[in-house]
Structures are given as C-alpha cells and as structure tokens.
Ligand binder design. Structure first.
Ligand SMILES: [Zn+2]
Length: 701
C-alpha cells in the first residue's frame, strides 16, 4: 500500500492554561526552533506540549483571520488571499509533528490527545471556511481576478481559495451552514475511529506456532523473523506471525500448512468485521450517509461528483471508463493464472479447489517453477543500503541532487534517518527523514508526508522537511535488511513524493509541492519505479550483500519475466477495490446499507472470481474510510497511465536524458499545483497521455 498523506489544513479554538509555570520557554513549539534548518526538536517535545501548542496555534490563527476580516482597506490579493495562505504558522508547526507521530509512532497518550484535539481543530477549520466576512472579501477579489495583475501561481491560489470556500459551504445560509459544520465534525471523529479500530484489530492478532512441524516450507529468514517476534512478545522458543504485511505475506507464500494459511488470511481480511467493539461496519454506513448528505447540501448528487470535480478525471464516468478498459483484460489474465494454479494443485494430487488463501502459495511455486525465481535469492541483491545508494545515484544522474546523512538532527525514534538534500552547486534544498521498519505504534503500509512544506514567509524561503515511512523487512540475526523487489519499488516510489516536495518552486502553501489533484500526485512517485526496475539501472545498484557481485543478467531476465507474472491478480485485486470505492461513493442513498452485502453485490456485478478478494475489503479499506482517497482509490491507476507515458519520453531518448529530466523537473516537479494538471503534463510531454504504455507494462495487451 502506498499512500500520500497531505498536511492537514488547519483550524482552531480558545487558549486554555498551560501546565508549566513558564510555558513560553518550556514548550518547544512556542519558541523558534534553534535546531539546524529549523527541524522539529523531537528530543525536546513531550506529549504534554501538544494541547497547549495546538490551542495557542488556533488562537494565533484566529487573530490573523480577524485582522484580515477587520481590515477597512479594500480587499486585495495581498491583504486577503496571501495573508490567509500564510496564516496559522504555529498551528502548521504542531500539526507537522503531531500527525506524523500519530501515524508513525503513536501510543495511547497520543491517541487520547487526538480525541481531544480533533473536534477542536475541525471546529477551528470550519470557523475559517465558513466565516462570512472572510468569504465576502475572497468573493470580491475572485470577481475581479481578470483585472488583477497576478502571476499564474497567484491566479491559481486565488481560484483554489475561492473554490475551497464554496466547496466548504460558504455559499450556504442558516441551518444548512450549521449542518455542514456538524457533519465535518462527525466525519472527522468517525474516520479517525475507523483507523483506530483497524490498528487495534491488526495488533491484537498473533498466529503463535509452538510446533516446529508447522513451519514446513518457510524459509529460514522468515522463521528467524518469526522467532524474533516471539521473543519480543515474551514467547521465547515459539514463532509469531502477525497481520503486518512483511509477516503474513511470506507466511502465505511459503507455508505448506493450508489450514494455517487459511487461519491467518481470514484473520487479515476479517479485521474490524468481527462484530466486536472494533467492528467498522456501522461506521461505514454512517460515513457514507454523512458524505452523501454533505454533497447534497452543496448541490452535488453524490460524494463522487463532489470529489471528482477537483480531480484530473473530473467525472465518475471517466473513472469507470478507465477502470473497465483495464478490468476486462486483467480478469481474463487472472482466470488464466488461476487455471495454471489449479493444474498444479491437481498435478500434485491436492484434492481441493484453489481458494484465496492459496493464491500467494501457488503464485510463489509457479514463479519458482516457470521463472525459477526464488524470492530469497532476489532479496540478497537488495540490501537496504545497496538500494538506498542506487536510489540516490539515480536521482543524482537525473537532477544533480546529493544526499548527506545528518546524524546530528533530532529524531522521534532512533531508527529514523535524516538526510540533507542539496543541489549540484551545494545549495541546501531540504531535509528528508526515512523511517524503514515496522513497529507496534506504526500504521501498516508505506507513506510519504510533509513535516514542513516549502513556501515563502515574510519574504524568506522556507525549505521543506519531509518524512517517508515504510514497513520493510527488518535485519535479522547477522543479516542486514534484505528487501523484496516490491519493497525496493516502494522505496523508490515514496522517494518520488519526497522529490516533488523538495523541488517545488511554489511560494504559496495552497499549491506548494504535493498539493495537486490526487489522481496526479502519484505521477512523480510512480515514475521513479520505472528506473528502479530498468535492467540498465539494476546493474548499477543491485549487488549481493555478501559478495558485492552485480545482479546477473539471467536473474534480471527472470525478474522481468516474473514482473509480468501474476499481473492478472495484482491488477484485478487493485481494480476491484477501486470499483468498490466508486460504487460506494456514487450512491445517492446509503441509509441502512450493509457494507458486507453491498461489497458482495458490487463484486458479483463485475464478475470478480472467488479465488481473489479486493485488495482492500470494506471493513479495512482505510484509504477511503480513514484517509483522503474516497472516490479516489483509482488514482494510482490514473497516475500509472501518466507515469508509463511519461517514462516513454526517457525511453525514446535515453534513461538519464538531461533535456527530458529538466523538462520533467521544470514542468511537473517544480510546479506543484500552480497550473491545471493536464496543462502541466502537456507542457512536459507535448501531448496528452495514452493508455497503451500501461497495458504493455502490465503485460495485458
Ligand atoms: Zn504514492
């Protein structure tokens, strides 16, 4: 799972007393950071600092808003739009730390703080987005926009600000306006509850193996990780598997014990669907109902119509159109793959029909047999250090950037590694923190997020501070962390988001860096995966962790062939989840809906086969019920159309063609959301993208 978490746009309330005698000097948020590059002083931040800092931040922003509204001078871009864009500096500072920790290193105390502060933040946000005096000014400036002498970035900031107000309900009056506030507050609580329930269910399950025979088929490295996990859980001498992907996926791939595969897979896909206090079914219905009500109040028929208006895709018809073009060939391919697996089961004398918990196991067997590709062998060429060096080298060849470890910067966990990013001439660009391995307080998956976004404040450039978080296989025993090829791709992917954030030249937060449509935001990240997997690039970085031998051509050829294998499955499970998301969010009425039944009907309609489940089933579909991807999970595929087409520009010239790299940097990476997404793309490529490179890349045409 790859996802981008954007900085929460903020808002506010009243200052309450701080606990310390002299909070101004005691609370690190309330003074200017004295760290290098002004990064957060993680080593000085205590949980008790958050609430006072949030409250002071909301108070200060409210005062800024009051000043904008109370200004007797005629409203101008500078005294209104710019002043608003640059307001709430302290609040952004606290958000930048608190919400990163909530995802990457949370604990019960942070969870309770979130429960206190989230409703206040939502109310604060609403008080800005529904402030009638502020909206009047914005509206006046927007009406005059043609006659104002604005740069293209400023014009976009004005347009997005105006539309943001309208979409937040600023044009509504009376009861409807109050109701929007209530809905937003409720939704923020419900979606947070959804994520918390899922985390609880994910962490509460363990498959404990006591009998060594039950490890049959599992490679030594998998057993050793399970034995470490058992040790950490106080179960020495046993083996523990969990619902973290680096644990359950290898178990499914290798375990010969079919009944144990079923057990752990069921536990995975039944998370928050067990009828207990962590069940998400009721929350789904409530979230859907509120989203429809909100869309209706704003004049849209469905939540999807409301969301997609701001996306590159514009309409749900365009999304379904893309997904169905991919669905048909992918489903055909998946059926072929299932038949191949059934043949293998029959041949080996297995008297059963292939089930979803068998898929990984037989895929791995076929991969070995047909492609003689052994994942353990592959991993030995992708140690974390090797991959990191390779990634830095690719980025250096493309854009001339360099990366320097900065062990002197404070971190929130000893495993987190900060790097300073510099231009080829040594100019400081920003800081990227990397956090690689799973921990109990960390959400599953991989993501990329800003701690501080680039912009100009009081005439001075503020440089970006970015965080990428992964859940990669840990080092075990005397072995370094050896990544699967998929984890390697993920690393390049998340790093692409970080580059988008580092290279932006935007001056306004409204459009800076990754503040682009979510169906465009994966272009800078996914395009990086193309270099990661290219044979010529692999030979520069994939080296054996013991012998330093370069990955052999034969293994590269196998990797390439294998990358097309199981693409029916991968495309089907992803597209099924995307369609499920669209089906939920194109509903015009969700009252009394049963998520399980709805999902079943939806999957039946598109003909999903029993051997595959959607990549995310409703009850743990965090992207759409707890993240920012509702009516947007399709975005990865939309962006893949873009990234495959964009990478073709390099294939048509050369892998590190400087003119193409510069065009990509200047037209896409530096521009943030300051231009229409299709316009940026056409400026780079000279034409709109086509779908063929994607189908070819997935071996589906
Ligand atoms: Zn991404």
């Amino acid at each position: 799972m790859k996802k981008l978490v954007s900085v929460l746009v903020v808002a506010t309330v009243i200052l309450s007393g701080c606990n310390t005698e002299n909070p101004e000097t005691m609370n690190p948020f309330l003074t200017e950071y004295t760290t290098p590059f002004g990064v957060p002083p993680f080593d000085q931040i205590e949980n008790e600092h958050f609430i006072p800092a949030f409250e002071e931040g909301m108070k200060l922003q409210q005062a800024e808003i009051d000043a904008i509204v109370g200004n007797r001078d005629a409203a101008t871009f500078e005294n209104t739009i710019e002043a608003l864009d640059k307001s709430g500096e302290l609040l952004s500072k606290v958000n930048g730390v608190f919400f990163r920790l909530r995802s990457a290193e949370t604990n019960d105390e942070l969870d309770s703080i979130a429960r206190v502060i989230m409703p206040e933040l939502t109310a604060h946000n609403s008080s800005i987005s529904l402030n009638p005096g502020l909206f009047e000014k914005v509206k006046t400036i927007y009406a005059e926009s043609e006659s104002l002498d604005l740069s293209s970035e400023q014009a976009m900031v004005l347009k997005k600000t105006y539309r943001g107000f309208v979409r937040g309900g600023a044009n509504l009056v009376g009861e409807a306006k109050e109701r929007i506030k209530e809905i937003d507050k409720k939704l923020s609580m419900l979606t947070m509850q959804f994520g918390d329930n899922l985390l609880k269910e994910t962490n509460s399950y363990q498959l404990v193996i006591k009998n060594e025979d039950d490890l049959a088929g599992l490679p030594e490295s998998v057993c050793s990780a399970a034995s470490d996990a058992a040790g950490a859980a106080g179960l020495e001498g046993k083996w523990v598997f969990t619902l973290q992907k680096p644990s359950w996926i290898p178990f499914l791939q290798y375990s010969e014990k079919r009944e144990l595969r079923e057990e752990i897979y069921r536990a995975m896909f039944m998370r928050s669907n067990n009828g207990n206090e962590y069940d998400n079914n009721k929350l789904i219905t409530e979230i859907l109902e509120l989203r429809i009500e909100r869309a209706n109040l704003l004049g849209y028929e469905t939540h999807a119509a409301f969301v997609l208006e701001e996306r590159m895709s514009k309409k749900s018809e365009n999304v379904y159109d893309l997904l169905m073009q991919i669905w048909e060939p992918a489903l055909d391919k998946a059926k072929e793959e299932a038949a191949m697996m059934q043949q293998m089961i029959d041949r080996d004398g297995g008297d059963f029909k292939l089930a979803s918990w068998d898929w990984w196991y037989y895929a791995e067997k076929i991969r070995k047999e047909k492609y003689s590709l052994n994942e353990e062998e592959v991993r030995s060429y992708f140690s974390l250090e090797t991959v990191k060096a390779g990634l830095f080298d690719v980025v250096n060849k493309l854009y001339g950037l360099t990366f320097e470890p900065r062990k002197d910067l404070p971190v929130y966990h000893e495993e987190v590694m900060p790097y300073e990013v510099k231009e080829s001439d040594g100019t400081h660009l920003g800081i990227i923190y990397m956090d690689f391995h799973p921990r109990p307080g960390k959400r599953g998956g991989a993501w990329s997020t800003s701690i501080r976004r680039a912009h100009v404040q009081d005439g001075k450039k503020v440089t970006p501070v970015h965080l990428i978080v992964m859940n990669f296989t840990r080092p075990t025993g005397d072995k370094p962390a050896l990544l699967s090829f998929d984890e390697t791709l993920t690393f390049f992917h998340e790093f692409g988001h970080a580059l988008h954030s580092m290279l932006t030249k935007c001056e306004y937060l409204t459009v800076s860096g990754t503040a682009v449509a979510t169906d465009f935001v994966e272009l800078p990240s996914q395009i990086m995966e193309n270099w990661c997997a290219h044979p010529d690039v692999l030979k520069t970085y994939a080296k054996h962790y013991q012998t330093s031998e370069v990955i052999p051509d034969e293994l590269i050829a196998k990797l390439e062939a294998a990358s097309k294998f199981n693409q029916g499955f991968a495309t089907v499970e992803y597209t099924a989840a995307s369609i499920l998301d669209m089906d939920f969010h194109t509903l015009t009425d969700a009252s009394g809906i049963n998520a399980n039944a709805f999902e079943e009907a939806s999957m039946k309609r598109i003909g999903l086969i029993d051997e595959i489940i959607p990549r995310y089933k409703s009850n743990y579909f965090q992207h759409i019920f707890a993240g920012g991807y509702s009516a947007g999970y399709y975005s990865y595929m939309w962006s893949e159309v873009l990234d495959k087409d964009a990478f073709n520009a390099f294939l048509e010239t050369s892998l590190f063609d400087q003119a193409t790299a510069t065009a990509f940097r200047e037209n896409i990476l530096e521009k943030g959301g300051s231009l229409d997404e299709m316009e940026m793309y056409v400026n780079f490529r000279g034409a709109e993208p086509t779908i063929e490179p994607l189908l070819k890349g997935r071996g589906l045409n």
